[in-house]
Design a protein around this ligand. Structure first.
Ligand code: UT7
Length: 320
């Protein structure tokens, strides 16, 4: 598998920490020092599926292809207005890909979704099920949080990141893990009432619950382990890796992970200061930004590392 093109799309509205302190008991100093976030983009009048499709369109253009060349669309999404059809089917519709030979489906592996999706794409490409895959990670986390809860709502932003993948041997190793800890991060949507359901609270809506300190601890423990494992699996040394693209959840988490390795700081790329935590979109958006800025170049070796609700983790070594 190789990356043929990258793309991303962000909502128009930028919200700074000072803007949040106009209605929340918070301030720029707390948010900046605890998280590294200065601003984030938040969906206003955009349609979420159009944002996802725009990221996909840009990745297809960067790959030098047209939408009709795509023969599988995979989307990663934790939450949006539609539970069905899939976001991938909506993206197919927006891109005007008529089908029928372009299957579509969604997956959900929380903030670790990018590498979970890459592994599925690798299997589709290797077994000849597809030749040109569009993989979009799109998230509107700002619609999952309670906007009265300062400890969660200040952390997130909305975004879509995409890659077009084709056959090749640039996907060198991966590692996916899951440990059942549903209580540390969860969100519940209401379903329709039925005349048969029993049990109190069975159907209650619950805005995002996030036990930040536990997630912080898990992330700084699992990431150094997984990064070492996956680099070794690829037959490489940590110094061989040009760029480390870690899930952008908190700059303090990125810094703590970085301290485990005796590597130049500039190899750990970040954009959390301008984007906030955009869940599964954080790594592909960062990748697209750094490719377009000319930082990541053809041939560079990258490590992706993500973690999130589950508790799941995912890591991969890939050559750009
Ligand atoms: O992508 C996966 C999901 N991401 C994560 O779970 C992120 C991982 N965790 C984190 O990034 C950090 O744990 C947080 C940024 C969420 C929290 O940082 P912390 O250093 O663990 O702070 P804390 O929750 O222990 O709160 C410290 C204080 C508390 O006040 P007291 O009890 O010490 O008086 C909070 O009430 O900071 C207070 N606080 C705030 N103050 C101003 C919490 N949120 C805010 C806020 N503004 N927005």
């Amino acid at each position: 598998m190789k990356i043929l093109g990258t793309g991303s799309a962000l909502p128009r509205k930028t919200v700074t920490n000072d803007m949040l302190s106009e209605f929340l008991d918070t301030n720029d100093e707390w948010i900046s020092t605890r998280t590294g976030i200065k601003s984030r983009q938040i969906i206003t009048d955009e349609r979420f599926e159009e944002l996802a499709a725009l990221a996909g369109q840009r990745a297809i253009e960067a790959a030098g292809l047209v939408p009709e060349d795509i023969d599988f669309i995979l989307c990663h999404n934790v939450c949006n207005l539609y539970t069905t059809p899939s976001l991938a089917a909506l993206v197919q519709h927006s891109l005007g890909i008529k089908g029928p030979n372009c299957p579509t489906m969604d997956i959900n592996a929380a903030c670790a979704g990018f590498t979970y999706g890459l592994d599925i794409c690798e299997a589709f490409l290797q077994t000849g099920r597809a030749n040109h895959i569009l993989f979009v990670c799109a998230e509107e986390v700002t619609r999952m949080v309670d906007w009265n809860q300062r400890e969660t709502c200040v952390l997130f932003g909305d975004a879509a990141g995409a890659v077009v993948l084709g056959k090749g041997d640039n996907y060198l190793a991966s590692k996916l893990t899951s440990v059942p800890m549903p209580e540390v991060i969860y969100h519940r949507l209401p379903c329709e009432p039925t005349p048969y359901e029993t049990g109190e609270g069975i159907d209650t809506h619950q805005p995002l619950v996030l036990k930040g300190r536990e997630v912080f601890r898990m992330a700084v423990t699992t990431a150094p382990r997984d990064i070492r494992d996956v680099v070794e699996k690829a037959g490489l040394q940590l110094e061989d890796i040009d760029y480390y693209l870690l899930h952008q959840a908190n700059m303090r988490i990125i810094d703590a992970i970085k301290q485990n390795f005796n590597l130049p700081a500039e190899r750990f790329l970040h954009n959390i200061e301008r984007r906030g935590n955009t869940s599964s979109a954080s790594i592909p958006v960062l990748l697209d930004e750094k490719v377009r800025e000319g930082v990541i170049k053809r041939g560079d070796l990258m490590v992706f590392n993500g973690f999130g609700a589950g508790f799941v983790t995912s890591s991969a070594v890939m050559r750009y």
